[in-house]
Design a protein around this ligand. Structure first.
Ligand code: HEM
Length: 561
């Protein structure tokens, strides 16, 4: 009855008549009115409305989406922090922080939580349709996975394993042979002109695969290709992994969760179909679909299950570990393969990028003298078929000059420079003194956190120098400053989700750098005469979303000493 009365009243009203006469126009008008009301709410009444930042960003998620689309998120966030300070609103529901206390609140948090849950972005990093440690979003899904393999990556294990088996040192020897054999002659001096980007990827891949699956099953991509079809295949497949489309525009996906869910379901289903067809044709087929690396990781895992190896590896832990009696907390064949595949990728991209930036910088004329300084600080090194002992590895890991170039590269060119998104848990939380409602995306960008540490940040953002000497302690006055830098350097993340492979990466990089400088002078050889056979530097705009060395093609002259 009441409805009839209201509709009779409305019938006579002018807006109602317009709505009947122009239904599409009025629908559009209603959307517009709702949009304006929403924008007004977000700008003036939302709990985040007092946080500084561009008004357009606060009003609509399209603002940051535009920069995501242009692969400029990291640079944009840097500019915003420069303009607005340590807290910036990036979207209606997203806030970026740079202070140490905020990083602690978000990423370390209460011990029960070990930081906030990860944002949906990470779900892109499943393999074979299975979650792994890196892609698990919540602490429940993550912590049992991490506990199962944490010991494999501890510093003690890395040192003892290396002193016993010498896998990394042998791979370093392979790199030195590669630098003497590959590339081309240069007009700029004796020695070979090496495209360092693939060389570093092969190095990182050979190391991480040997650590995960054992030396016998590890890739040997640095080996000589002559007459070795397997090595040729490995190299081609590793290069292929870096196709430009890989996870391109990844931040865009986070705004389209349902599309991402569809993508996951599609991946899972197509792989099931692939397997089904292959097993019909060949009952013993181990082909599972996906790239060479997907097959490599899965087949190694299956092989290790059938033929257990005495070697203590990450894969062995994955296959045998039981953390609790819960059936869900044990890896099945695909779960274990997904975990190992993820370690391969995490260990390849990051370590190789860091090495490439480092070698590229050190090969510039202004650092020739610094190369000499590092060289003269090095101890006598053993032949590559003879492992260094624990004391010998520790001497290199604590060499202040090697450390200075590694840390400076991690600081200025972090391999993962981007936003590491986290979600405020139910009930809301206080971050850096600000109350954030549940569901807010609260995060820090590694590059912004690192660079805001520097006194020159505010004055000279466009021209921050790679300056390894800032890590040297030459007087008492330097001590506190350097310790503070070390404490706050954030390139490996922090808290329960921080990098598990940090000690492996640092050991690989220190050993390699010592051997390179003991054998070669490094000179930039990118004079435009050599065409870069790849576009790797620009491909890396996906997850990294920044191509730091745009004008550098990656050629360095390795001049024998
Ligand atoms: C220079 C080298 C490296 C850098 C700069 C680096 C950086 C990072 C960062 C920033 C995170 C945290 C991501 C987040 O919180 O969202 C992370 C996590 C991770 N890293 Fe690394 N990483 C490096 C080398 C490695 C290596 C060699 C491995 C080998 C296995 C590895 C495996 C992982 C894994 C599995 C995680 C996820 C940990 C978890 O969720 O518990 N990383 N890394």
């Amino acid at each position: 009855m009441a409805i009839l009365q209201v509709s009779a009243k409305l019938k006579g009203s002018i807006p109602f008549e317009y709505a009947i006469e122009y239904p599409l126009l009025s629908l559009l008008f209603s959307f517009l009115a709702c949009g304006i009301a929403l924008a007004i709410y977000r700008l003036f009444f939302s709990p985040l409305s007092s946080i500084p930042g561009p008004k357009l960003a606060a009003a609509s998620g399209l603002w940051i989406l535009y920069y995501d689309y242009k692969d400029q998120r990291t640079d944009t966030i840097m500019d915003l922090h420069l303009k607005y300070g340590p807290v910036v609103r990036l979207g209606p529901n997203e806030v970026s922080f740079t202070s140490t206390s905020a990083v602690k609140d978000i990423y370390t948090g209460a011990s029960r939580e070990s930081g906030f849950a990860k944002g949906f972005l990470y779900a892109m990093f499943t393999h074979y349709g299975r979650y792994n440690m890196f892609s698990s979003l919540t602490s429940e899904a993550h912590s049992w996975r991490r506990r199962m393999i944490a010991s494999s990556y501890s510093l003690t294990n890395i040192l003892n394993r290396e002193a016993k088996k010498g896998d990394i040192w042998r791979t370093v020897g392979e790199y030195i042979n590669y630098a003497r054999r590959e590339g081309s002659q240069s007009e700029n001096g004796p020695g070979r002109s090496i495209d360092i980007y693939p060389a570093n990827i092969y190095f990182a891949c050979d190391n991480v695969s040997a650590h995960v699956f054992g030396e016998e099953r590890g890739t040997k991509a640095l080996g000589s290709v002559a007459d070795n079809a397997e090595i040729k295949l490995q190299r081609e497949s590793i290069d292929d992994w870096y196709v430009p489309t890989r996870r391109e525009k990844i931040y865009l996906w986070t705004d389209f969760n349902s599309a991402l869910r569809c993508f996951e379901a599609f991946e899972k289903t197509t792989q099931k179909i692939f397997r089904f067809i292959h097993r019909r044709v060949d009952p013993d087929s181990k082909y599972i679909g996906g790239t060479f690396l997907h097959n490599y990781a899965y087949n190694n895992m299956r092989d290790l299950k059938d033929r257990p190896s005495p070697e203590l590896t990450v894969a062995k832990n994955l296959l045998s570990g039981k953390v609790s009696g819960k059936a869900s907390e044990v890896f099945d064949e695909f779960g274990a393969a997904s975990e190992s595949m993820d370690h391969m990728l995490a260990g390849m991209d990051t370590t190789s990028d860091t090495l490439s930036f480092l070698i590229a910088m050190l090969s510039l004329p202004e650092y020739y003298e610094y190369q000499e300084t590092i060289r003269s600080s090095l101890p006598e090194l053993p032949p590559f078929d003879q492992p260094l002992d624990v004391a010998g590895i520790n001497r290199l890991l604590s060499n202040p000059y090697l450390n200075s170039v590694i840390k400076e590269t991690l600081l200025i060119f972090p391999a993962i420079p981007v936003t590491l998104p986290r979600v405020v848990p139910s009930g809301g939380r206080v971050v850096d003194g600000l109350w954030l409602p549940a569901g807010t995306l609260a995060s820090s960008s590694v590059r912004a956190v690192n660079l805001t540490l520097l006194p020159e940040f505010e004055k000279n953002l466009g021209n921050i120098q790679w300056k390894p000497s800032r890590w040297l302690i030459e007087s008492d006055a330097d001590k506190d400053r350097v310790q503070e830098l070390e404490r706050r350097l954030w390139s490996f993340g922090s808290g329960g989700r921080g990098c598990i492979g940090k000690h492996l990466a640092l050991t690989e990089m220190s050993l390699l750098l010592a051997a390179i400088l003991a054998n070669f002078k490094l000179r930039r050889d990118d004079d435009g005469k050599l065409e870069a056979p790849h576009s790797h530097w620009t491909c890396r705009r996906s997850f990294r979303d920044i191509a730091y060395l745009k004008d550098f093609h990656g050629f360095v002259l390795f001049e024998p000493l």
